[in-house]
Design a protein around this ligand. Structure first.
Ligand code: ZN
Ligand code: ZN
Length: 155
């Protein structure tokens, strides 16, 4: 089960969804469906370099790890990440693979604005946290007073 925090852009009114956890289409059977060496459902959830690396590892014998009933938060499912450079909050679909030698692998994710490596975001963070609205191409601080936020649950 997943959760989304919905912020309303103060400039244009567009909803911005920041998701966490698992949505109804995020079960591993769907996500890791393989078609001729490609994983289309994974591809649409991941950045291209991370997907290419993941695809190669899967095809070389790696297997999805920690995808049981309650996967650990930072192992499988939507997670919140923040860019340490431009402070923009972004969701990413995190996966973890177990390599044939037993080690765990998680792809690196990058900021869609400045390409810096993203860090997991903890809700308690008081640091500057920005959202980028693709509709009106502006950025706003989620802690500002005039920001409307709502929570939605996704099964
Ligand atoms: Zn906007
Ligand atoms: Zn950035």
């Amino acid at each position: 089960m997943g959760e989304a925090e919905i912020f309303i852009c103060p400039h244009c009114g567009r909803e911005i969804w920041i998701s966490e956890g698992l949505g109804f289409a995020d079960c591993p059977e769907t996500v890791f469906t393989c078609q001729n060496g490609e994983y289309p459902n994974l591809q649409e959830r991941m950045e291209s370099p991370a997907y290419q690396q993941t695809r190669e590892l899967l095809n070389a014998g790696a297997s999805p790890a920690d995808i049981g009933e309650n996967p650990r938060k930072n192992r499988y499912g939507q997670n919140r990440y923040i860019c340490p450079h431009c402070h923009i909050l972004q969701s990413r679909f995190t996966i973890t693979l177990q390599l044939p030698d037993g080690t765990l692998f998680t792809p690196k994710y990058h900021c869609e604005h400045c390409n810096a490596p993203l860090r997991l975001y903890t809700r308690r963070s008081r640091k500057q946290t920005l959202l980028h609205c693709k509709n009106c191409n502006t950025t706003f601080d989620i802690h500002a007073e005039n920001i409307t936020r709502m929570i939605a649950w996704v099964d």
